[in-house]
Ligand binder design. Structure first.
Ligand SMILES: [Mg+2]
Length: 402
């Protein structure tokens, strides 16, 4: 089998997605996701200008060799643009191999390690009452794990809380909006939120919380310690992770489990975090982390240190990545949990898919390959529109981490 054509499809069915379609001389094609939220066209250009010409004529079954060719062959290694582009190719090749061998991708990764993939979704509210009600709604819908975020009194536009009545979607068309942040108000507020949640919803549901890189290590240590009575499933991204040893300080002070890595793009971003057991869950995604090939190696490395996966799964990755993550999560032994933020109804129509949700778990389906399509006729009606994630400033105007 030979690759005869490949092209990038950029579309915006409610939000932007970058899709790579690789076609072969046997009529089998594969789909890969290269979406990088707020920097979509950089990946699209990287693929069109620099990667696709190198793919034509290659055997799509040579997934490892093509991965190494694109990673080592560029000379310039790592980084979110490069690794998202490599991921788009890699995932499309796994899709092709599954279709050619008439088997779902999870069978190529070792087969099923479990019956379903435990997922968590996002609850939020402008008040504690609203957040409690939101968590309850998802529990009633069957979720066994729920992330809880709440507007912090005195802090306009808190992370994880929608501004209008729509579902939370941080990327907005136009130039970046500016959020406001107060560490002091946040740290004083959050323990009470989880005290109330446990009192209201009991102890059987897994509760998670995303700090979104907002704290210093010692502030994160204080938060983790204050949340211990409410035994969170995890505290996510407590501090920016460029300084990996910052997590050692958090670890010294709290037993609240820690998840990080949704912005990572290489195992080298998490090398010390994993081998020194400073984290419990690695959140690097298939789309931003070089695809299934690199995530498999990262997960196997993490398994040696009893670190589990907890992949990012927001709407800023397409249903192609969601499907790939579900095949992956079904197959590997050290799977922990998978984030699941619902795509819009329009996005789901553009990307018809086999995966499904039932009673707290998701299932990738048994279609050959990944089990995701793209409706190209529909795509043409929704061209790319520039959009950005917000930025954040402290109350005195200082730029801080969003
Ligand atoms: Mg997050």
């Amino acid at each position: 089998m030979k690759i005869v054509d490949a092209r990038v499809i950029v579309c915006s069915p409610d939000r932007n997605f970058v899709t790579l379609k690789i076609e072969t001389d046997e009529g089998i094609y594969g789909l890969g996701d290269g979406t990088l939220n707020g920097r979509e066209m950089a990946v699209a250009s990287y693929l069109s200008e620099h990667v696709i010409p190198c793919l034509i004529g290659r055997d799509p079954f040579d997934i490892e060799d093509i991965w190494q060719y694109l990673y080592r062959g560029a000379y310039w290694r790592r980084g979110p643009v490069t690794m998202s582009a490599i991921a788009a190719v890699d995932v499309a090749l796994w899709d092709i191999k599954g279709k050619a061998l008439k088997t779902p991708v999870y069978n190529l990764l070792g087969g099923k390690s479990r019956q379903g993939v435990l997922v968590y979704t996002h609850a939020n509210g402008k008040t504690v009452d609203e957040t409690v009600a939101s968590v309850r709604r998802y529990m009633d819908a069957g979720y066994l794990a729920v992330r809880a975020q709440c507007a912090v009194p005195g802090v306009a536009s808190s992370y994880g809380v929608p501004k209008g009545g729509k579902p939370y979607e941080p990327a907005e068309r136009g130039l970046p909006s500016e959020d406001v942040w107060s560490t002091e108000r946040y740290l004083n507020f959050v323990p009470g939120l989880f005290e109330r949640l446990r009192a209201e919803v009991g102890h059987d549901v897994h509760l998670l919380h995303d700090v979104h890189h907002r704290l210093t290590p010692i502030e994160a240590a204080r938060l983790g310690k204050s949340l211990e009575p409410y035994h969170l499933f995890w505290m996510e991204d407590p501090t920016p992770a460029e300084l990996q040893e910052g997590f050692a300080l958090i670890r010294q002070h709290t037993t609240t489990p820690i998840a990080t890595g949704e912005v990572f793009n290489s195992v080298w971003d998490a090398h010390d975090l994993i081998r020194k057991q400073w984290i419990d869950y690695i959140r690097m995604t298939i789309v931003h982390g070089g695809g299934i090939t690199h995530l498999k190696k990262t997960a196997d490395f993490a398994a040696l240190y009893q670190v589990k996966t907890g992949f990012h799964g927001a709407t800023d990755l397409s249903p192609i990545t969601m499907a790939a993550a579900l095949h992956f999560g079904l197959a590997i032994h050290n799977f922990g949990i998978q984030e699941h933020m619902h795509h819009s109804e329009l996005t789901d129509r553009v990307f018809p898919h086999e995966y499904s949700f039932n009673a707290g778990y998701m299932y990738p389906g048994d279609a050959p390959g990944l089990g995701v399509e793209i409706d190209e006729a529909l795509v043409s009606q929704y061209p790319y529109q520039r959009a950005y994630l917000p930025v954040a400033r402290k109350l005195d105007g200082t730029m801080t981490d969003w």
